[in-house]
Write a protein that binds this ligand. Structure first.
Ligand code: CTP
Length: 411
C-alpha cells in the first residue's frame, strides 16, 4: 500500500481517530496501532466493550492514547459519555477487532453499548477489521452480515488473514496487522482532503422537454450516479455545483453542495455555461435530451387527429460547448451510453467533444444502466487507454469514478 505519497499531503493539523475495541484476542494488537498513530501525529480516543477489557487493559490504552478510555454510557462520576460528541470529534472511526457478535449488532443496528451507539451516530468513514476463528468466519450468517456491512456506503470492511488462530487451528479469520490498518487510515484521511480548494460542476438526472403544459419527452435516468459523484467529491473536500434535472432520488444535504435545478436541456446548458468558468472540473453525467420540441403548445393538445406530428430540433451539446471553452487547468469528464463498439464509440465522443475522460455505460439487457441500482462502466482517457471499473452499486462506482478523476487531476 502506498503510504509514503499520501503521508506528505495530509493536512498538518492533527487528525482524530476513534477506535472501538471489542472482545477478541486480536485486541492485544491494538496498543501497537495506537502507538503508531500517536507517533504519526494522530489524536486517538478509545471505546472498549465489556468483553474487550478481558483482552487489553484500560490502563495500557489510556497511557498510549494519552486520553481517557470510554467504556460505558456513564463514567464513574455518573457523567454522561455523550456518543454524539464522540462521533462529532472523530475524523475517522475504526472498530478492531470486530467480533462475530459485534458484526451482527452493527449489521442489524443494535445499540446496547457505547460503541454501538457511537457507530449509529457516526456519518463519516468507519473501518471495520473482523477477527474470529475460521469456522465462525465461514459461517453463512457471519458472511451475510459482512455482505450487509460492505454494502453500506460509510463502511470499509477489511479482509481477514490466513494463519494460526486462537483455537490452534490454521485458517481464515486472523485480524489484519496494525501496520495494514494504519495504512488504510492514512489513505482514508488523505482521500477526505483530496479535493480541498477544488470547485466542481456536476450534472445529474434527466431533462424533460415539454410538448404542451402537461406532457414532455423524457428519459429513464434517475440521477443516482451524478448525485453519488457530487456527494463523493463533497466528502473529499470539494465544493460542488450540482446542476440537476428530473431525479428519482433525494437531493443530498451537504454544506459543500450547491444544488441548482435545471429541468430542460436549454436551462441545463445555460447553468453549465454560467458556472463552468469558476470550476476546476466538470462531470457531465446528466442524460440530456438530444432533441427538443420546436413549437411547444401553450395549451393542452387535444386528441382531435389520428396522427400527431411533433417537430424536434437538436439541443445544444453541453459537453461539446464546455470542451470548446475549456482552459488548461480544467478537467472535463463526460459519459457515453453505448449499445455496441463501446470503447471505439466512447473514444470518438471524447475526441469530438474535447473531454479528458469518458465513462462509458454499456447498455444491454443484462446492464440496463438507467433506473437501476447497479451499473457497469469502462473508463477511457485522452491517451486512448481504457479499463473496466466492473459492475457495482452506483455509489461504489461513484467512488471509483472520483478516484479516476483524482488520478487525472494529478497529471
Ligand atoms: N451531452 C451533453 N449535451 C447534450 C447531449 C449529451 O452535454 N445535449 C453529454 C452527456 O451528458 C454525456 C455525453 O454528452 O456526458 C454523451 O452523451 P450520449 O447521450 O452518450 O451521447 P450523444 O453525444 O448524445 O450522442 P449519441 O446519442 O448520438 O450517442
Amino acid at each position: 500500500m502506498d503510504v509514503v505519497e499520501t503521508n506528505q499531503k495530509i493536512n498538518s493539523s492533527k487528525k482524530r481517530v476513534l477506535i472501538g475495541i471489542t472482545g477478541g484476542i486480536a485486541a492485544y494488537k491494538i496498543p501497537l496501532l495506537i502507538r503508531l498513530l500517536v507517533q504519526n501525529n494522530y489524536e486517538v480516543k478509545v471505546i472498549v466493550t465489556e468483553s474487550a477489557q478481558h483482552f487489553v487493559t484500560i490502563e495500557t490504552l489510556s497511557v498510549l492514547s494519552k486520553n481517557i478510555v470510554y467504556k460505558d454510557f456513564f463514567n464513574e462520576k455518573y457523567e454522561w459519555n455523550n456518543h454524539i460528541h464522540l462521533a462529532d470529534w472523530a475524523d475517522i472511526m475504526l472498530i478492531a477487532p470486530a467480533t462475530a457478535n459485534t458484526l451482527a449488532k452493527l449489521a442489524y443496528g443494535y445499540c446496547d453499548n457505547l460503541l454501538l451507539a457511537t457507530y449509529l451516530s457516526y456519518t463519516k468513514k468507519v473501518i471495520i477489521a473482523p477477527a474470529m476463528d475460521a469456522e465462525m468466519w465461514e459461517h453463512p450468517t457471519v458472511q451475510e452480515n459482512i455482505k450487509t456491512l460492505k454494502e453500506r456506503k460509510n463502511n470499509i470492511v477489511l479482509p481477514v488473514e490466513y494463519g494460526e488462530l486462537a483455537s490452534g487451528i490454521k485458517g481464515w479469520g486472523r485480524m489484519v496487522e496494525p501496520d495494514f490498518i494504519f495504512n488504510v487510515i492514512q489513505k482514508v484521511i488523505f482521500k477526505a482532503n483530496q479535493f480541498n480548494n477544488k470547485k466542481a460542476l456536476v450534472t445529474a438526472g434527466a431533462t424533460y422537454e415539454p410538448i404542451d403544459p402537461v406532457r414532455f419527452i423524457g428519459n429513464r435516468s434517475s440521477g443516482k450516479t451524478g448525485i453519488a459523484i457530487a456527494e463523493e467529491l463533497a466528502q473529499r473536500g470539494g465544493e460542488v455545483y450540482l446542476i440537476y434535472g428530473h431525479i428519482q432520488v433525494p437531493l443530498p444535504h451537504h454544506p459543500n453542495i450547491y444544488p441548482i435545478f435545471a429541468g430542460t436541456a436549454q436551462v441545463m446548458y445555460d447553468a453549465c455555461v454560467k458556472y463552468f468558468g469558476e470550476v476546476d472540473l466538470a462531470v457531465l453525467s446528466a442524460a440530456v435530451a438530444d432533441y427538443t420540441v420546436e413549437n411547444v403548445a401553450t395549451s393542452k393538445i387535444k386528441k382531435e387527429n389520428d396522427n400527431l406530428v411533433l417537430h424536434l430540433a437538436k439541443t445544444k451539446d453541453i459537453l461539446k460547448t464546455l470542451g470548446e471553452q475549456k482552459k488548461t487547468h480544467q478537467l472535463l469528464v463526460g459519459f457515453a451510453l453505448e449499445t455496441e463498439n463501446v470503447i471505439e464509440n466512447a473514444y470518438k465522443k471524447l475526441i469530438l467533444k474535447n473531454a479528458d475522460i469518458i465513462f462509458a455505460n454499456i447498455s444491454s439487457a443484462e446492464n440496463p444502466a438507467f433506473n437501476v441500482d447497479e451499473n457497469e462502466l469502462i473508463v477511457i482517457s485522452k491517451d486512448g487507454i481504457s479499463k473496466s471499473l466492473g459492475k457495482h452499486k452506483k455509489y461504489i462506482l461513484a467512488e471509483k469514478i472520483v478516484d479516476e478523476i483524482a488520478d487525472q487531476l494529478k497529471k
